[in-house]
Design a protein around this ligand. Structure first.
Ligand code: SF4
Length: 716
C-alpha cells in the first residue's frame, strides 16, 4: 500500500503525518514519528483530512449561479464569466470597486500562496482584505514597528525555555499560532520536568492553563496594562539587562519613561491581578535563566492589541531574552518569501482605517460595500475564506455581500459566504499538490525543511489555485487590452505572464538555493520526513531586524500615543467601570481541539460527540441569574442576539462568558450538511465591527459587552 509523507495542512502546527492510500482512497493517517519538528505528535483533527478529501459536499466543478440556481459549467465558461464580471466592475467604477478577501487556508497551500501576490498586484485595488485583520494584525504591526518587518516574529524557544509566560493564547489546543509548535502538550510538560515554570494569564482556565505551573485570571482587554506594569517593575527594581540586544536598541530610556506611570499597584484593579502577583511575575521572569513572553490572539483582538504585543516583545528584549536560547528567537528557515511590509500607505474610504501590509482591516468592508460614492466596492473575490462567520458583525457583512453587483469565490465549499457568489471556482484538494510551507517554517520553534509531494494525482479536470489565478489574470488582462485598443490605445501586456510561466517547484528551488543552507529540492526530497536543521540559532538580530540601521526600536511615536490613550482610559475608569445590570458580561471567544475554523465543521469525525457551541459561565454568575447548566440562554450585544445552551464551569472568570468561534451554520443555500446538522451560533453575530483596535483597525473580539438571560427561543 503506498505510504506518503506529508505535513498536515489543517492548522499552523504543520505536524508530520503518513498517509496510506489504496487507489483514490485514504486508508490510514498516522503521526510521522520521524518528523523532526512534530516528533510523532498529531491531534484528532489530522484524521479529518480523510473526511475533508472524501467530503461529498466538496465542490469539484466550477459553477455559475443565476437567479438562485447553481449550474456546473466548464472551466473556460466559468473563467470567462468571472473575468467579465470583475472587469465590468472595475471598468465602470474604477480599480477600487473590486475588493478581495483571502482566508487563512491560503497560507497552508503552496500553489495559492505563490500565485496570490502577482494576482493581487494585477487587480490594482486598494481594497484588499484578509483573515489577518481578524486576529493577527496587531502582532504583525508590533514586530513591524519594533524589528522592521511584519514577519520578523521572534518565537519562544520552548524546547530550551525555563520560563514561559503565556498571554491570550491556548497553545496546548492550538499548538501555537505565529509560533509553529506541534506537540505543545509534551513541550509544556518538558519545561516543567526540567524545573521550569509555565504561567498562563487568561480570563478562562484554558487547557494550557490547566497544564501550567500557575494560572491567573485577567480582565479581558487589559493585557497592555499588565505588560506595562511588568515592565515598570523591571525598570523600577533594576531587574533587566539587554543581553544580545546590547548596543542594538534605540529608545530604551523612552520606554522606561513610558511604562513608569503604570506601576503594579495602579493597574491592579483594572487587570484583576494583585499588585504583589504582578511584581512577583516580573521578578520570576527576569530571574529565570531563560524566559519567553508569548502573546497571541487574545492580546490581538482587543483595543490596545498592537501596544500589548509590542510590550510583550519589549519585555523579552529588556530582560535579555531576545536572541537567547530558551528566550525568544528568530527562526532561520531554509527558504523564505516575505517582504518587510508597509503601514499607512493609504486609508479606507469611509472610516479612514490604515493600510497595513497592503491590506485594509476587514472590519470596514461592509461599510465600503454599502456606502455609495467614488471608490464604493461593487464586486468581490473571496479565496478560502468565510467572512460571513469569521469577521466582526458577520451578519452585516453577509447582507452587504448579498448587495454586490458581482462576486467570485475561489473555494471548494459552498458555505455561508460562497453561497452568495455568482461564480464558484473550486480548487483541487491540497493533497493533490506539492506542498512546502514558506510561512510556517519561518515561525517554527525548530528549524526544519520538508517537501511534500502529492498524495494523489490531480482529479481529471481539476485545477489548482495557481492555474485558476493564472487563467483569471490572463482573461482580465485580455479584456483590459481590448478596451485599450478600442479606445485607440496600445494593447496591454499581461504583467503576470512571467510569474505564471514558472512553476511552484521552480520557485521553491530558487528560494532554497538562495537560502542560508543552500539546499536543493533533491536534498529535501531525499528525506521524506523532513530535514532537521537544528534548534533555533543565535544571531537572529542581525538576520531579522530589518530597520535600515539594524537597530531594534524600543519606542515609536504611535506606541507612545497609544500609551497616553491607555493611561487616559485607565484614569477614566474604562477598565473598572462596570455596567450595574446583573446580566452584563464581557464575552470572549475560545479555541477547541476538534475544530479550527468554520470550514472544519463539515467533518463528520470531528463534530460527533457533545454539543460544543455552548456559553461558558462561572457558577456564581449562573446562580445569581438563576440559570442552570444545560438551559438555553440568550446573549445580546449592540449588534445582535443569539441563543445557545449554557455550560456552567469554574473555568471562567466571574463576569466573563465565552462562545467558540466558527459556528452559525444556519444560513440557507449552503452545502455543508454535517455542519448544518450541528449548526451552533456565530459569535460574530455579537461582535461589533464599529469598534476596532487603535493602531491597525483589527476587530475587537474579546471583552465584548453582552447581556445574558434565560432564553425563550428554541435552539436550532
Ligand atoms: S495540530 Fe492537528 S490539525 Fe494542526 S497540523 Fe497538527 S495534526 Fe494537523
Amino acid at each position: 500500500m503506498p505510504r506518503h509523507y506529508r505535513t498536515c495542512n489543517l492548522c499552523e502546527a504543520t505536524c508530520g503525518i503518513t498517509i496510506e492510500t489504496e487507489g483514490r482512497r485514504i486508508v490510514s493517517i498516522e503521526a510521522d514519528q520521524a518528523d523532526p519538528l512534530s516528533r510523532g505528535y498529531i491531534c484528532p483533527k489530522a484524521y479529518a483530512l480523510k473526511d475533508v478529501y472524501e467530503d461529498e459536499d466538496r465542490i469539484r466543478r466550477p459553477m455559475i449561479r443565476r437567479e438562485g440556481t447553481w449550474r456546473e459549467v466548464s472551466w473556460d465558461e466559468a473563467i470567462a464569466r468571472a473575468a467579465a464580471g470583475l472587469h465590468e466592475a472595475q471598468r465602470r467604477h474604477g480599480p477600487d470597486a473590486l475588493a478581495t478577501y483571502i482566508g487563512n487556508p491560503t497560507g497552508h497551500n503552496l500553489p495559492a500562496f505563490l500565485a496570490l501576490p502577482a494576482f493581487l498586484r494585477m487587480l490594482g485595488t486598494h481594497n484588499r482584505f484578509s483573515a489577518s485583520s481578524v486576529d493577527q494584525f496587531p502582532k504583525m504591526l508590533a514586530v513591524y514597528l519594533m524589528f522592521g518587518a511584519q514577519l520578523s516574529v521572534p518565537v519562544p524557544d520552548v524546547d530550551r525555555s525555563d520560563y514561559l509566560l503565556v498571554l491570550g493564547a491556548n497553545p496546548l489546543v492550538s499548538n501555537g499560532s505565529l509560533m509553529t509548535a506541534p506537540g505543545m502538550k509534551w513541550r509544556l510538560r518538558e519545561i516543567r520536568q526540567r524545573g521550569g515554570r509555565v504561567v498562563v494569564i487568561d480570563p478562562r482556565r484554558s487547557e494550557t492553563a490547566q497544564a501550567a505551573s500557575e494560572h491567573l485570571f485577567v480582565k479581558p482587554g487589559s493585557d497592555a496594562l499588565l505588560l506595562m506594569a511588568l515592565l515598570a517593575t523591571l525598570f523600577e527594581e533594576g531587574l533587566g539587562s539587554l543581553g544580545a540586544a546590547e548596543g542594538r536598541v534605540i529608545g530604551l530610556e523612552a520606554l522606561q519613561a513610558m511604562v513608569a506611570p503604570f506601576a503594579a499597584e495602579r493597574v491592579s484593579a483594572a487587570v484583576g491581578i494583585q499588585a504583589g502577583d504582578i511584581r512577583r511575575l516580573a521578578r520570576e521572569f527576569c530571574a529565570a535563566p531563560s524566559a519567553a513572553c508569548y502573546t497571541r490572539i487574545g492580546t490581538c483582538v482587543q483595543e490596545y492589541g498592537t501596544l500589548a504585543n509590542w510590550l510583550g516583545d519589549a519585555l523579552n528584549v529588556v530582560s535579555g531574552n531576545l536572541d537567547k536560547p530558551g528566550g525568544v528567537m528568530f527562526p532561520q528557515p531554509a527558504a523564505s518569501y516575505s517582504g518587510k511590509g508597509s503601514y499607512k500607505r493609504w486609508r479606507s474610504r469611509i472610516r479612514r482605517l490604515p493600510e497595513f501590509g497592503g491590506e485594509l482591516p476587514v472590519a470596514c468592508l461592509s461599510e465600503e460595500i454599502e456606502t455609495p460614492g467614488s471608490g464604493q466596492v461593487r464586486a468581490l473575490v473571496t479565496m478560502g475564506g468565510n467572512p460571513a462567520l469569521s469577521t466582526p458583525n458577520g451578519a452585516r457583512l453577509e447582507s452587504a455581500m448579498a448587495s454586490l453587483d458581482f462576486m467570485v469565490s475561489i473555494d471548494p465549499a459552498l458555505n455561508e459566504t460562497t453561497r452568495l457568489a455568482d461564480v464558484l471556482l473550486p480548487p483541487r484538494s491540497p493533497l493533490e499538490n506539492t506542498q512546502y510551507s514558506l510561512v510556517f517554517h519561518k515561525l517554527a520553534v525548530r528549524d526544519t525543511a520538508k517537501l511534500c509531494r502529492p498524495v494523489f494525482e490531480p482529479e481529471p479536470g481539476s485545477w489548482s489555485e495557481w492555474e485558476i489565478l493564472a487563467a483569471l489574470s490572463a482573461e482580465l488582462i485580455r479584456l483590459r487590452s481590448l478596451d485599450s485598443v478600442a479606445a485607440g490605445g496600445p494593447p496591454i501586456e499581461n504583467p503576470t505572464a512571467t510569474h505564471f510561466a514558472t512553476t511552484p517547484d521552480l520557485f521553491i528551488s530558487m528560494l532554497l538555493g538562495s537560502g542560508p543552507y543552500g539546499l536543493s529540492l533533491a536534498d529535501i526530497e531525499a528525506v521524506p520526513s523532513g530535514i532537521d536543521l537544528g534548534p533555533l540559532k543565535e544571531g537572529g538580530i542581525e538576520r531579522q531586524v530589518r530597520h535600515e540601521d539594524g537597530k531594534i526600536r524600543l519606542m515609536h511615536e504611535d506606541i507612545e500615543n497609544e500609551a497616553l490613550r491607555l493611561a487616559a482610559a485607565l484614569d477614566g475608569g474604562a477598565f473598572t467601570k462596570h455596567d450595574d445590570a446583573p446580566d452584563a458580561f464581557l464575552l470572549i471567544g475560545r479555541r477547541q481541539l476538534r475544530t479550527n475554523n468554520s470550514w472544519m465543521h463539515n467533518c463528520r469525525t470531528l463534530i460527533k460527540g457533545p454539543e460544543r457551541c455552548t456559553l461558558l459561565m462561572h457558577p456564581s454568575d449562573a446562580s445569581r441569574l438563576g440559570l442552570k447548566h444545560g438551559c438555553a440562554v440568550t446573549v445580546t450585544s449592540r449588534v445582535g442576539s443569539v441563543a445557545l445552551p449554557l455550560d456552567v464551569t469554574d473555568e471562567m472568570m466571574p463576569g466573563v462568558v465565552s462562545i467558540p468561534h466558527g459556528f452559525g451554520h444556519t444560513r440557507k443555500g449552503t452545502r455543508m450538511r454535517n455542519a448544518a446538522a450541528k449548526p451552533g451560533v456565530s459569535i460574530n453575530d455579537l461582535t461589533d465591527e464599529s469598534v476596532t483596535e487603535g493602531l491597525c483597525g483589527n476587530g475587537i473580539l474579546t471583552g465584548v459587552r453582552v447581556c445574558v438571560n434565560a432564553s425563550e427561543r428554541a435552539i436550532v
